[in-house]
Write a protein that binds this ligand. Structure first.
Ligand code: SF4
Ligand code: SF4
Length: 434
């Protein structure tokens, strides 16, 4: 047996005489005594231990075969994927006027029509091939709750369609949270609502500045009130967008949630992300340029691990470090805009030339447009971070270079932060709890 390509080995002072192994392919964390690692290298461990270490992604039969197999891993994931995942932009209308809103000038009283919704339902049914076991829809906007009737209509159709095929249907609302009242939550839970994802940009004074109501006034109190009203009905995911000059204040939001009784028991997950720059030439009502260009910026590396620590320290859940391919690379992930254009990623919504098709004419070959498999080069296939990266984010590459010709390498970020992130998981979740 040989050591996997996709492995990071770190010192682990917390337990003298041990080393920490993180398999980027399996997302597994293992502590090994240094002397046992010497036996592994000499090939003198028992068959049973060797089997355990290969289950954990530390040992493989043949490193070259592992690399070759990795080149086809996303195709295998796509073939095996039991789900069909569709993000639907129901409208471009919103009762908020967020300072960094990516929809910028596109925003307005624009809604998906009933006719487009009918076509969309037909498209989803057609894509639901015999091997599929579930459909998940993310309703997105604007503000999806301004299109409540369409959420009801599409969900009712999907619920009875999947039931007739012995499958299941769930949906998520990506909502600003201001309209999510108890009565609506109860009704939508019966139609398959699994969770909501809402955004709170830090403590009230920062959030209210970043995400005011269009009519004026802060939205913080309304969101907190609605979360308290509905957190026993559906799972609540909270996200937040920080910037270089305000990220240190975000723990204040966590304190506020705790004071309001919104504890780890009733908040499903919390994750903070930096505000990213928009594509150049993106017409916007607000000239927002104070975002970030790359996950590798030093302040971002520091801010990301600082905020993750604050979340975990208080006992809240936040995403684990697991293999995460860009959904552009996976089939059966679609993003459908209000007018019927189809995309692969919400970040490109509304950008001309980035559509992969539309509901009337279907999907065209987009492998060249998005340079699928750009990561299948020697450097990436040899890189221990490949399963966490797969060439990075297409949107960030385009933001930086204006094309998809090169990878969006996360190496500097992962070199600087992965050890800390893995150790956070050991500290707050226990090494073998996943
Ligand atoms: S392009 Fe970036 S934002 Fe879009 S799905 Fe891929 S990784 Fe995510
Ligand atoms: S883009 Fe960079 S970090 Fe990602 S797999 Fe390739 S070399 Fe590794």
């Amino acid at each position: 047996m040989q050591l996997s390509h996709y492995l990071k080995i770190y010192p682990y002072e917390e337990k003298p005489g041990h080393l920490l192994f993180f398999s980027t392919r399996k997302g597994s964390i293992t502590l090994l005594k240094k002397e046992d690692f010497e036996s592994v290298k000499k090939g003198t461990i028992s068959k049973q231990d060797s089997d355990t270490l290969s289950t954990l992604g530390i040992l493989v039969e043949d490193r070259e075969a592992e690399k070759a197999s990795m080149a086809a891993v996303l195709d295998r994931i796509s073939v095996k994927n039991p789900g069909l995942n569709v993000t639907i932009v129901l409208n471009l209308d919103c009762n908020f006027a967020c300072v960094y809103c990516y929809e910028g000038e596109m925003k307005g009283r624009i809604y998906m029509s009933d006719e487009t919704a009918e076509r969309l339902i037909g498209f989803i049914k057609e894509k639901f091939t015999d091997n599929k076991k579930f459909i998940n829809i993310d309703f997105y906007g604007g503000e999806p709750l301004l299109s409540l009737n369409l959420v009801r209509k599409i969900s009712s159709e999907m619920k009875s369609f999947t039931a007739s095929r012995g499958a299941s249907y769930t949906f998520t609302l990506i909502t600003n949270g201001s309209l999510f009242k108890r009565q609506i939550a109860e009704e939508l839970a019966g139609l398959g609502l699994q969770n909501i994802k809402t955004t709170i940009d830090g403590p009230s004074e920062i959030h209210n500045r970043c995400r005011p109501f269009k009519a004026g006034g802060g939205s913080f109190d309304a969101i907190i009130r609605n979360i308290k009203e509905t957190c026993d009905i559906t799972k609540i995911g909270i996200g937040g967008n920080y910037q270089r000059d305000n990220y240190k204040s975000f723990p204040g939001l966590l304190d506020c949630l705790e004071n309001e009784g919104l504890t780890p028991d009733n908040i499903y997950t919390i994750k903070f992300d930096p505000v990213m720059n928009r594509l150049s030439g993106d017409a916007s009502r607000i000239d927002y340029v104070d975002g970030s260009m790359s996950i590798n910026e030093p302040w971002l590396i520091k801010a990301g691990s600082f905020l993750r620590e604050e979340i975990l320290r208080r006992g809240y859940n936040t995403p684990k470090i697991t293999p995460t391919p860009c959904q552009v690379e996976l089939s059966d992930y679609f993003v459908v805009n209000f007018g019927g254009s189809i995309y692969k990623c919400p970040a490109f919504l509304g950008r001309k030339g980035f559509e992969i098709g539309n509901l009337e004419t279907g999907i065209r070959d987009y492998s060249g447009l998005y340079r699928l498999g750009v990561w299948k080069n020697d450097e990436c296939l040899d890189c221990e971070y490949l399963p966490l990266c797969f060439g990075g984010c297409r949107y960030m590459a385009y933001l930086r270079d204006g094309n998809f010709d090169t990878i969006d390498c996360k190496k500097p970020y992962l070199d600087a932060s992965l050890e800390t992130l893995v150790k956070q998981d050991i500290k707050y979740r226990g090494p073998f709890k996943g």
